[in-house]
Design a protein around this ligand. Sequence first.
Ligand code: CTP
Length: 410
Amino acid sequence: MTTLTDHPSVLLIVGGGIAAYKSLELIRLLRGAEIQVRTVLTKAGAQFVTPLSLASLSGEKVFEDLFSLTDETEMGHIELSRQADLIVIAPATADLLAKAANGLANDLASTLLLASNKPALAAPAMNWRMWEHPATRRNHAQLRADGMRFVGPNEGAMACGETGFGRMAEPEEIFAAIRAYLAGAPEPRGPLAGKKIVITAGPTHEPIDPVRYIANRSSGKQGYAVARAARAAGADVILVSGPVTIPPPEGVPVIRVETAREMAAAVDAALPCDIFIAAAAVADWRIAGDHAEKIKKGKKGPPDLKLVENPDILAKVSQLQNGRPGLVVGFAAETEKLVEHARRKLARKGCDLIVANDVSPASGVMGGDENTMVIVTAEGVTSWPKLDKDAAAVMLVEHLVEILAQREGF
Ligand code: CTP
């Protein structure tokens, strides 16, 4: 057998789907470009292609078993994953994605993915209903948030006779994605390339005096996650952030503010944009008057604090006569009647979409790491599964991309 030492190396995991036959062509393309291919064939994959076909085309031994004594003595599974420049999963079945998203390690393929310090590229292949199932959407969003890259799936006829999204990308497309990765190219221009997005995040602090303020429990995690996801989708993002302790997302300028009025001014300065996302928990009120001196305890008892309303940034941007962003997204943090309140907010503020969150203490959303988003638009209401905030952000950004695509007709 020939080995291509000094050449880029791909570890190809072949999962159990009818599209596995296309992976044979992929191996041929990779070998033609002098890329070394080691293959891992799952038990289900072996129902569709044989180890002999893979070995013949790749010119390398095929790995199948986590507990194979000969495989482990020749090359342990940790080493196998570490020697590759890139791990490619094709076909990536719903089962493989579910295992990877949840960190399972109960066979060679899933163990390699968990043990690896290398990036992974997945080419999903499954029936369209499986691809659209909330569980797979959740796993896909989580894996994207974890840094996995994807190529496909494509829309088209499937082996089962149905048509939809779930068909594995063609070998040439997967090959091109692998070549681009190995050449050090950044992820291909994302679907939001060329779009400018302004996002508000975090709480605001409204001073009572120079040492005290009114605040709320927002951590800013969800807004920052949306900024990261939008950036990863190729957008130019400006993040207007209230006081939080989260590091700035890579490639995203952060304008730091304290009060609602400062946030409103920073948003004004950042406009115009294509999409505005108001994820901040802006204080509805501030203390009237000036706050130059510290309020002292005195005979008069507690101070008589007067509240005045803050500008509503979301409503103002939604209702701009000139230069309104094409898509305006608000958040609604509610403790009761989630959908009813969100619907009213949508109409009252004039935005295009509201992400409603149950923030009652039992939900753990405020300050927590997970979120259950309910998407409310004039057309209807969709509830998404409970997700890690990063995964929820990826799903939201993908949803916005779909809305834009429908509008722009591409
Ligand atoms: N928002 C804003 N400016 C404000 C208040 C809220 O931009 N002064 C935005 C938030 O960023 C969020 C949305 O409006 O996207 C909903 O905020 P929320 O506080 O839930 O709504 P309220 O306007 O306060 O309505 P209510 O008091 O009925 O909850």
